[in-house]
Design a protein around this ligand. Structure first.
Ligand code: THU
Length: 152
């Protein structure tokens, strides 16, 4: 499903942000990107996470001279929200500087997102603000989550 940020095409599913709320979420992801600490990759990413209660937590990628310690924007946003007591999420928007491609979360981030449910939305944007929206289930099909630990 695609939208241009002005006239979103995706259907209005329950819980899906719309209109000005969606624009704010998209804007907060772009603003977070401006704070990215990425001197090694020079690939800034921003994320904005909408909680069930309507709050937005944003995050950027934070790299390290010990490369493997770098953290993605999506996980920064999730860790900020969780550490402030929020565990129920409606949507996340992700922004990068890529003009011709929608930014897509890495596999590790998809698994961390999935920890908090499979039925929420991720807005993948291009630098011009156009986006596609995917359910978590689409981004990580046949996933393993907390419920599965009870099945053995
Ligand atoms: N990165 C993110 O923060 N999110 C993504 O969705 C893709 C990649 C970061 C990790 C690293 O700091 C840089 O982008 C290059 O991989």
């Amino acid at each position: 499903m695609e939208g241009d940020g002005q006239h979103p095409v995706p259907p209005a599913l329950p819980g899906r942000p719309q209109g000005q709320h969606l624009q704010l979420l998209l804007r907060r992801s772009r603003e977070a990107k401006n704070c990215a600490y990425c001197p090694y990759s020079r690939f800034p990413v921003g994320a904005a996470l909408l909680t069930a209660g309507g709050e937005i937590f944003s995050g950027c990628n934070v790299e390290n001279a010990c490369y493997s310690l770098g953290v993605c924007a999506e996980r920064t946003a999730i860790q900020k929200a969780i550490s402030e007591g929020h565990t129920s999420f409606r949507a996340m928007a992700i922004a990068s500087d890529m003009g011709d491609h929608f930014i897509t979360p890495c596999g590790a981030c998809r698994q961390v997102m999935r920890e908090f449910g499979t039925d929420w939305d991720v807005y993948l944007t291009k630098a011009d603000g156009t986006y596609i929206v995917k359910r978590l289930e689409e981004l990580l099909p046949l996933s393993f989550g907390p419920e599965d630990l009870k099945k053995a």
